[in-house]
Structure formats: C-alpha cells, structure tokens
Design a protein around this ligand. Structure first.
Ligand code: AMP
Ligand code: ZN
Length: 483
C-alpha cells in the first residue's frame, strides 16, 4: 500500500514514508475535559480513527497517543482568559479532578459509541508535570526562554522558523497588532511555558518547579507527552485546523528548540464541522453533543456515516436533514447487506481478504477503495466504492460480504455486527420523547420541593419503559436501554 497525505507542513500531498519501516508513531491532540465533547470535536477523533484503522489494515504497527488536557488550557489559546478546568469546576461546585474524571469518562463513552478505537496510550497532563518541567529545562538551557512577571516565556524571535506550519512570517509577527494583553511578553506571539503568577487566587492545581510554584502552559503538555511515548522524532501529528496557527505552531517551536532537530514529519488537520449559526464552541456552552443526537432518535453510527460522507479537509455544514439522510443511507446499507447475507451460502469472517481470492469485479472495486483511502483518506470515494460493490449484480454474494467486511475495517461502521446479529435500535417516538422530557422537569421540581416519593415514582415509571435517568452536573440526562 502506498499512502500519501496532505501535509499542512508544506501544504502539499506527500508520499508517506515512516521513520521506521512498518511502524507509525501518531499523536492526536486529545480533549480538554471541562465539558462534554461536541460533535465538532468528535469529527477530529473520527478522522484520527480512520487514519489509524487505515494504517493498521495496511499492516503498519501504529502507536496512537492521545493526551487528556486536565490543566493549563486557558479560555484563549494565547494565554489569555481563565483556566477552563478551574472555571468549570467552580461553576459546578466540584473539584478540578472530579470534573476531569467525569468528562473524561463521558468522552470515552462517546468515542466508543462512534466505534472509535481506543488509542494505544492515553495520557493525562496532570500525571506528566515532571516530564514537562524537564523539557522546559532543556528549552531554557538552550537559551530560548525569559522570565517576566514571575512566568517563564518562550521567545519566538530566537526560533527563526517560527510559524512555518501556519505560513506566518516572523517579521510580520513582530510588527503585527498585539493579539495578546499579557504585558510580560516581549513579543505578542511569545507564549508561556510555566505560570507562577496564577491569575486566580484559588488555582486548584499547582506544582513546585525551578521557576516557582505554579502550573504549565497548555502547549508544553503535547510536546512532553508525545516525545515521552513516541520519541523525539515521530511520524504524524493531527488535530483540528484551529490548532495550526497557535497550538501546533508553538508545539513545534518548543520541541525543536529543546532537541535541535526536526520533530514531526507529517501534520494532518481536519476542517471544522459548522452549524447553520456558525462556529460550534465548547466554551460558549452552545453546542450539540452525541447524546443529544441519540436523544433525538439517531444512532451514533448515523453521525459517523455523515462524517465519512465528507472529506476530512472539507468544511462540513451540520444539519438534521443531512443527518437524516445519513441515517437513511446507513439503514439501507445494512438492509442490503442483510439481503446479500441471506442469499449467501455462508457468512465469511470479518477480516482482511486476499485480492487473489476474488473475481475480477470485486478485486477492482477493492483496489479502487484502497486507492481512495490511501490517497489522503478519501472516505467519500471509499463509500462510493462500497455502494458500487453492493449494486453490482455480477459479484457473488459471498464475495460482496467478504469485501465489505474488509472495507469496514477502515470505515468502522460496525457492518459485520449489523449483518450477523444485532438489529438497529428503533428510533424513539417523538410523542414519547416529549412525555419523557415533561416528566424529567416534573421530577426536578419534585426534588426541589423535597417530594422524593414523586421523584422516585417518575424514575421507576420511566425505567419500566426502558428509559434510564442519569443526574449530571448539567442536569438530568436520559438514555434508552433495551427491555
Ligand atoms: P478541544 O477539546 O477544544 O481541545 O478540541 C478537541 C479537538 O477538536 C481539537 O483537535 C480541535 O481542533 C477539534 N475541533 C474543535 N472544534 C471543532 C469543530 N467544530 N469541527 C472539527 N473539529 C473541531
Ligand atoms: Zn496538542
């Protein structure tokens, strides 16, 4: 297999050559766990998943590392605003670690429902402070830092290729308008490696460091943890396009400043999922979660199917009409496959098929599918090949199944499971949904009035109908379970 990826570094489609033959080191920026992931965030993780699945299916041994940001991410990516974790904990009356734990679990529940494979290594920022301190010391020893106002900053003028990823010019950056209000900075684009002067007297998590008691800047965690698990040079780093100009630009500067060599070879960035109203933002609290789609009767894989229908580098406008379209297509796909399966003499196992075992038509469909995936992960073209296969009456049903199951190792639509056993869960009747919501409201009121008997009655009544209530810091949520 010959992969090529659109590398943000250089802005071109480039053949993929790993540092070590047969192996891939991959780091994808993980979530900041102060709230639920929104469906835009989940687009980033589905993109990473397709990449990992495609490489593994092609025989690469992929080490996939994902960080969990549970400290240090301020509301502005440029060291401005409040600490997202501290703010969320205060609002919800919990400790920072409780908040982190709660939303980390919620995150992995979502990724599991989307059939996203667990990363090989998941690492929390708060458990790697020593690694960050050691890395900052290396950067400092090489003369890239200065202290001001109690904090330690990275001086971007010491790193001549600063901004290459984002195609920023350092002269423009020096002369440009101030993007930042931090008066300690020599240049507006300098960034904090370590804060000792917390802006918040109640900063919950602080550590001792050579620069004083404090906490790390946001960017350093990704450099420290990726190098710890993947080495000082590795193959692929990914994230959403919003990370190009600041977060990833700063990650490169500090990593290469520390080691004196090139850090990452391929940078893969997914475009945004946007709403009719514009940008979806976790910090504004105005966003859709996977659970909210499920509550409206969609299957999580309907959303995955919707994402696969667009290339990861194209902006995707979310709408419920589009999601309904994806649901219909996915249901039709499963139904067709079930029909093919009933026409087949036997069900092949899920796994990789050898092209030499296939007839001409099935083999060439599989080859076109592979080319689509290898060429910068073109899932829309790959899906089209899958449909073409199903529509081709000349291909025997056993071959259709074996090829589809092979393709699904990349697509992750759970097609083997769908065909072999599990019927799709039924959508919930909208009238029943209204009733559930009214009862949840009545229950909250009853609880406030200390009428626990009524509150328990409502819970029990819904449980009998397969609806389980869960009280969260953001209010009561519900889910359908099979009776
Ligand atoms: P965060 O938890 O805010 O650090 O974001 C997690 C990931 O989601 C990052 O890779 C972001 O670049 C990405 N991301 C944020 N918003 C969107 C969006 N609307 N569409 C696609 N990716 C996004
Ligand atoms: Zn990162």
């Amino acid at each position: 297999m010959a992969f090529s990826f659109f590398n943000t570094l250089g802005r071109s489609l480039q053949p993929f050559i790993p540092i070590e033959e047969g192996k891939v080191g991959f780091y994808g920026c993980g979530p900041t766990v102060y709230n639920y992931a929104h469906i835009g965030n989940l687009r980033a993780y589905v993109t990473h998943d397709i990449l990992v699945r495609a490489l593994r299916r092609a025989g690469y041994r992929v080490t996939h590392v994902m960080n969990i940001t549970d400290v240090g991410h301020l509301s502005g990516d440029t060291d401005t605003g409040e600490d997202k974790m501290v703010k969320s904990a205060e609002e919800r009356g919990k400790t920072v670690l409780e908040i982190a734990q709660f939303y980390t679990e919620a995150f992995f529940r979502d990724t599991e429902r989307l059939n996203i494979l667990r990363p090989t290594i998941v690492c929390k920022a708060t458990e790697h402070i020593d690694d960050m301190i050691r890395l900052i010391q290396r950067i400092e020893a090489r003369g890239y830092t200065y202290q001001a106002g109690g904090n330690l900053y990275f001086d971007i003028t010491k790193f001549p290729s600063y901004g290459e990823l984002a195609q920023l010019r350092i002269e423009d950056l020096k002369a440009g308008a101030r993007i930042d209000v931090d008066p300690n900075k020599k240049n507006p684009y300098d960034f904090a490696l370590w804060f000792t002067r917390s802006k918040f007297s109640n900063q919950a998590l602080v550590w001792d460091s050579p620069w004083g008691r404090g906490y790390p800047g946001w960017h350093i965690e990704c450099s420290a943890m990726s190098m710890k698990y993947l080495g000082e040079q590795f193959d692929i780093h990914a994230g959403g396009i919003d990370h190009i100009p600041i977060h990833h630009t700063n990650e490169i500067a500090q990593s290469e400043a520390a080691t004196g060599k090139k850090w990452v070879n391929y940078w893969i960035h997914n475009e945004f999922l946007v709403m009719d109203k514009g940008k979806m933002s976790k910090s504004s609290g105005n966003f859709l979660t996977l659970q909210s789609l499920i509550d409206q009767g969609f299957h999580p894989l309907d959303y995955r199917y919707l994402l696969l229908g667009s290339h990861y580098r194209s902006q995707l406008q979310f709408s419920f009409e589009a999601l309904e379209g994806a649901r219909n297509s996915r249901r039709t796909l499963v139904e067709r496959l079930q029909n093919v399966a009933s026409a087949a003499h036997s069900l092949p196992p899920a796994g990789t098929v050898s092209p030499s075992d296939l007839g001409e038509e099935a083999r060439s469909a599989l080859e076109r599918f592979n080319t689509a995936i290898e060429t910068d992960l073109s899932t829309p073209r790959a899906l089209a090949e899958l449909w073409g296969l199903l529509r081709n009456p000349a291909i025997p049903p056993e071959e259709v199944l074996v090829v589809v199951f092979d393709m699904d190792q990349v697509l992750g639509l759970g097609l083997y499971e769908a065909v072999t056993a599990q019927p799709l869960p039924e959508a919930i009747d909208p009238e029943f949904q209204k009733e559930i919501e009214a009862l949840i409201e009545e229950r909250s009121k009853a609880k406030k009035e200390k009428n626990f008997q009524r509150a328990d009655e409502i819970r029990a009544y819904l449980k009998e109908r397969g609806i389980i209530l869960e009280d969260t810091p953001q209010g009561t949520r519900w889910k359908k379970v099979s009776l």
